[in-house]
Design a protein around this ligand. Structure first.
Ligand code: AMP
Ligand code: ZN
Length: 468
């Protein structure tokens, strides 16, 4: 298995630190709103990496955080007149629903920044003791130049950075020893959440969160650290500086970064306003289609979102599901059970497509080629299965197709549609739950319906629903 490592700019064979185990950390979203489909790209891509590693027999300790303290969360809380915690809890819950609908497995641990402040204070203290950090007026900065390897991930040269950051000198951050120094701890501002620290009340900087959570849940050294390519600099570069300065050893062996999901060839982002939330997309498409669309390109290639590509993805996915449904149908009617010799030969010949699939995935997770191998298998199965075949053969064929789909996180099954009366009954139950102030159940019902492609709209005349 080869992985493209951002730090060496090369595809390298994957050698785990500990045999049979993978320690993997993926930077998660900042939770102040529904996630957009750009945020969904790393979730889907790295979930697929995890699934493939598991298929290859590795035990994957997968950790992905939620950044639940941040300027944007605080801003949203002020706008709504609620606490920052209420905002982050709400959107973590929504994000988890989106993940489930995209068939993204929950991480082994989803740490929250606000629950790990003690560890952050400890690491900051250690960095100060080692001379890598200093406090000024309640702010603690990292002494960037002291870390000799700074820039090794993003391949940036300190002097270029220095000339590029001159504006910082006039932006009121002149208490820093050097404009390149970055914040580890910032002092409390009125109305903001804050924690006690040796440097006064305040809150952590963003980068220190991941260094601390990764160390706590995976150890000082990990196999894979991943995220979107916008995180290479400064986020991941700063994480390396903090972790390696503190622990005195290499932080992550492999650094993986997905390219952007674009729209009209520009990065999809909240700040540009050119985004679709995952939830919006779920009203039009089964999120399996979104997942298929994301995996139809290599994760390091930019991907342009368009309705045409989504339609093409829907059709392609349908072809796979139809092949699987046909096999099931044939199995239901098959009379004879045990596989014959000639069927065994046919089945073994289909191994060729599994091999192609594995070769593609072994080559830095080339999901585009892996999907092509799945289609070759589909074509093969469509031409080599009919009503005359035995149940065992058909079963094996279906299992082979399902296994490959599952690695990609695609469910090769037709979703059972809810009948109108079932929908009405669930909506009624939701209304009752709301009346009884059981909002958890009400939300749950909305989620169940959404998963089946039923979208609810609360209007003055009552609840309306439609099929996506
Ligand atoms: P954020 O909440 O902005 O910190 O983003 C969470 C994750 O989504 C990070 O790994 C980002 O790099 C990634 N991300 C954000 N926007 C995009 C995009 N348009 N395409 C791909 N990845 C993105
Ligand atoms: Zn991070």
């Amino acid at each position: 298995m080869k992985i493209y490592n951002t730090i060496t700019k090369k595809k390298e064979p994957f050698i785990p630190l500990e045999e049979g185990k993978v320690k993997m950390y993926v930077c998660g979203p900042t939770v102040y709103n529904f996630i957009h489909i750009g945020n969904a790209r790393p979730m889907i891509v790295f979930d697929t990496v995890r699934r493939y590693m598991e298929y290859r027999g590795y035990e994957v300790n997968y950790v992905s955080n939620f950044t639940d303290v941040d300027d944007k969360i605080i801003k949203k809380a002020l706008e709504e007149g609620v606490s920052a915690q209420e905002i982050s809890e709400r959107y973590i819950a929504e994000c988890k629903k989106d993940m489930e609908m995209m068939n993204v497995k929950p991480a082994v641990t989803h740490p929250l920044a606000t629950q790990e402040i003690g560890g952050m204070l400890e690491m900051i203290q250690q960095l100060i003791e080692k001379g890598y950090a200093y406090a000024v007026n309640g702010t603690v900065y990292f002494r960037t130049r002291k870390f000799a390897d700074y820039g090794k991930l993003s391949h940036k040269n300190l002097d270029d950075l220095r000339s590029g950051s001159r504006s910082l000198l006039v932006s009121g951050e002149d208490e820093k020893e050097d404009p390149l120094d970055f914040v580890l701890w910032k002092p409390k501002k009125e109305g903001e959440p804050a924690w006690e620290s040796p440097w006064g009340q305040g809150r952590p900087g963003w980068h220190i969160e991941c260094s601390v959570m990764s160390k706590k849940y995976l150890g000082e050294q990990i196999d894979i650290h991943a995220g979107g390519e916008d995180l290479v600099f400064p986020h991941h570069e700063n994480e390396i500086a903090q972790s390696e300065a503190c622990n005195g050893r290499e932080f992550a062996r492999y650094w993986m970064h997905n390219a952007f999901l674009n729209i009209d060839n520009r990065k999809m982002s909240k700040s540009l306003g050119n985004f679709f939330t995952v939830r919006e997309i779920s009203e039009k498409y089964d999120l399996q289609v979104l997942r298929f669309f994301m995996l139809s390109a290599h994760y390091r290639s930019p991907l342009n979102f368009s309705a045409d590509l989504m339609e093409a993805s829907r059709n392609s996915l349908d072809r796979i599901v139809t092949a699987a449904e046909n096999l099931k149908h044939l199995m239901g009617n098959a009379e004879c059970n045990a596989m014959t010799e000639s069927e065994l030969a046919l089945y073994e010949a289909s191994q060729e497509f599994v091999k192609k699939f594995e070769e593609a995935m072994d080559d830095d997770f080339n999901t585009a080629d892996a999907i092509a191998a799945v289609f070759e298998l589909v074509k093969y199965l469509n031409t080599h299965t009919d009503g005359a075949h035995t149940k065992e053969y058909l079963e094996k064929c279906l299992e082979r197709l399902k296994t490959l789909c599952e690695i990609l996180g695609l469910i090769a099954e037709k979703k059972e549609e809810l009948l109108d009366e079932d929908i009405e009954a669930l909506i009624e139950e939701r209304q009752q739950a709301r009346k009884a102030k059981n909002f958890a159940r009400a939300d749950e019902i909305r989620g169940i319906l959404l998963e089946k492609g039923i979208v609810l709209e609360d209007t003055r005349e009552g609840v309306k629903w439609k099929r996506a």
